[in-house]
Design a protein around this ligand. Sequence first.
Ligand code: ZN
Length: 341
Amino acid sequence: MTDLHPFVAGLPKAELHVHHVGSASPRIVAELAARHPDSKVPTDPEALADYFTFTDFAHFIDVYLSVVDLIRTPEDVRLLTFEVARDMARQNIRYAELTITPFSSTRRGIDEKAFMEAIEDARKAAESELGTVLRWCFDIPGEAGLEAAEETTRLAVDLRPDGLVSFGLGGPEIGVPRPQFKPYFDRAIAAGLHSVPHAGETTGPETVWDALNSLRAERIGHGTSAVKDPALLAHLAEHRIALEVCPTSNIATRAVATLDEHPVREMVDAGVLVTINSDDPPMFGTDLNSEYGVAARLLGLDERGVAGLAKNAVEASFLDPAGKARITAEIDAYTENWLAR
Ligand SMILES: [Zn+2]
């Protein structure tokens, strides 16, 4: 089989499920740690590489929280956001919907208006200097309860930054029923935001149904367990409700035991619109290009098949029709040029 890596690396791509803090690479963490020498995070690259070598999921949470602790000022927010876009541009990611949890920052005392200005400033700079278009999904950290839901909704609806397109829900699923968040999603949807909750990652297909019925989900974060319910798969396929599949993340969090057991094949065979994403890439030791490589292997795809996955992400995105047409045309032109070499 041909090595698809060079093709994937240059392929124009869109990413729909990737977290803001979870995208902080060792390079970015080193820059942030240097700004805050009192933190326990190492600043030299070698020690940092060790620090980023995860021993287990609890260690991942520790590292994640220590990175959250480095985001203390609006300038930290701007630096993180722009540098994440730089890492995306290096992978030829043309468009990304970045999931941001503003509650984590405002609760820590960052001024909410300054926070919005920081992400918007980074978004504009990323588009003009790097050619990567960013949009935001503000998500409720489910573990923080209804207080966080109220605060996230208020920030999304009242302060709505120009780049905000969607509203999400993350954190644990067990013990955090989706329907309790219905009033908050209703307000966000009424304000014109799209609904993109995580569901069916660590619980069964009933959570995906809850996300559809209570939260009016237009895409599902993960939805790994949807394959256990043929009627659900048929519903997702019929209504073109995309799944945001993150293969390596699913192994890291033990949602799926091994990559070879990943149900992406069943999703595709059922006709579901599958998109490939990286979730918290440096923290899971991956990036979007690697995830495309994994998907190509699991699905037995050639270059055109991989390009099809990239086009799925564009279709399932909340870009305007002209923007979708432009990136789709870029993907097609790149693929045909590559194959004609
Ligand atoms: Zn996620």
